[in-house]
Design a protein around this ligand. Structure first.
Ligand SMILES: [Zn+2]
Length: 412
């Protein structure tokens, strides 16, 4: 049997690319400010475009402003794609998103210099505006709203002008939608942005999926009254009801066997005065889990508890839906391949959900999706102290490369 030489990416070159891209939009504190569609973002995209061309990719920008580099395959088939984003939060790190894009380009460079043509076309995608609206991946998944006025970007710039300025075409946004016939698998390498891998001392996170989320407003109505003259038995205290609501949410979030999270993060009290029994409270509810059934069960049980709390406190409680994002599970076979590839490289790994949103969430709506996580030192991200070691970046990129090669053989 012939001994197969293991293909590997050029780690020095990958880390140099990470440092070079980080020069664009670098702040004095070392953080990166490359807001989507800003001058810095467009400069960064231009540099990445040049690297794509040098890596032998043919480059285009779709109508949503996604920058796509493509290496042709041997057969007429759907592409195997990777990618992420290079836009940042107002003071972000140089790894969030950037690592996934630059590792994808490094995979393309490696294929090019080893003269390897995959059966399937291979794509590296820089998604437009991940941090604010996720317009790029949503348009690709066909889930973006076509109403430009419906997007309220944090910088206030109109969405259609932003997309057109990045080389897209807002009027034709729907043309950027892809299907499983265009892309048979999408794999994104990303820094974990949390401290689970570091704590568990694992090198690779095999992402099981991206959690779904439901958000509600809870309206509690009691009766405002004099805090001195109203006996305790006669009160309809909305804040007392709210206190029970908060504790109930926390108890449901902690109940076994899931890893669901449930949070009341905002609370307003009326009339909010020292000497008045609170008449009204409005608070928030945020529930997340990888499993839609777990979210639904939690909400149903919560509704039953609300009836009891309302009865006991003499209040009325209304649950008003605000946001419902379904979980996006990773394909089982991609998870298995990432785990096998990690073993092959002697890298320790563990399965884990992604509790942050990523472009892969939308890609998973229409095709097989997988994500590779590498550790974030101290669990920090969206911050200038975000750090992943050069070795861990190389580990992630090598796992990405080998995963792409195996997926090329998987889809036959
Ligand atoms: Zn990101």
């Amino acid at each position: 049997m012939a001994l197969l030489k293991t293909l590997g990416i050029n780690g020095r070159r990958l880390n140099q690319s990470i440092d070079d891209l980080a020069q664009i939009g670098q702040l004095e504190n070392g953080g990166i400010r490359r807001l989507a569609f800003s001058t810095e973002d467009l400069q960064g995209r231009e540099l990445v475009r040049r690297w794509m061309v040098e890596a032998g990719l043919s480059v285009c920008i779709d109508t949503a402003g996604n920058l796509i580099g493509r290496r042709p395959g041997r057969i007429k088939a759907a592409a195997i794609a990777t990618g992420s984003h290079i836009d940042t939060v107002p003071c972000g790190g140089k790894f969030d998103g950037n690592l996934g894009v630059l590792a994808g380009i490094e995979v393309a460079r490696t294929l090019q210099e080893n003269d390897i043509t995959l059966d399937h076309p291979f794509e590296v995608i820089v998604f437009a505006d991940e941090e604010d609206t996720m317009i790029g991946s949503r348009a690709m998944a066909g889930t973006a709203s076509l109403d430009a006025a419906g997007y309220h970007r944090k910088d206030g710039r109109p969405m259609d002008a932003c997309i057109d300025g990045a080389g897209g075409n807002w009027e034709e946004l729907s043309l950027s939608a892809r299907t499983r016939d265009d892309i048979c698998a999408f794999v994104e390498l990303h820094v974990e942005q949390g401290g689970i891998l570091e704590t568990a001392q694992k090198q690779i996170g095999v992402v099981q999926g991206i959690v779904g989320m439901q958000r509600y407003q809870i309206h509690i109505k009691g009766r405002p009254n004099h805090a001195g003259t109203t006996p305790m038995d006669y009160r309809q205290d909305a804040l007392v009801a709210a206190a029970q609501v908060v504790l109930t949410v926390n108890r449901l979030g902690k109940r076994p066997p899931g890893h669901q999270v449930a949070t009341v993060g905002a609370l307003q009290v009326w009339p909010n005065a020292d000497n008045i029994v609170p008449g009204q409270v409005q608070c928030s509810l945020d529930v997340r889990d990888l499993n839609q059934d777990v979210i639904n069960d939690l909400i149903n049980d919560f509704k039953e508890e609300l009836i009891l709390i309302a009865r006991e406190t003499g209040t009325t409680i209304e649950l008003v839906p605000q946001l419902d994002v379904a979980p996006s599970p990773a394909a089982d076979h991609i998870q298995s391949i990432i785990a096998e590839v990690s073993d092959r490289f002697g890298l320790s790994h563990m399965p884990m959900p992604s509790r942050a949103g990523h472009d892969a969430l939308e890609m998973g709506r229409f095709t097989d999706m997988g994500m590779i996580f590498v550790p974030s030192e101290g669990g920090f991200s969206h911050s200038e102290v975000e750090y992943t070691t050069p070795e861990e970046c190389v580990n992630g990129a090598n796992v990405l490369l080998e995963t792409v090669l195996r997926l090329d053989r998987y889809y036959q």
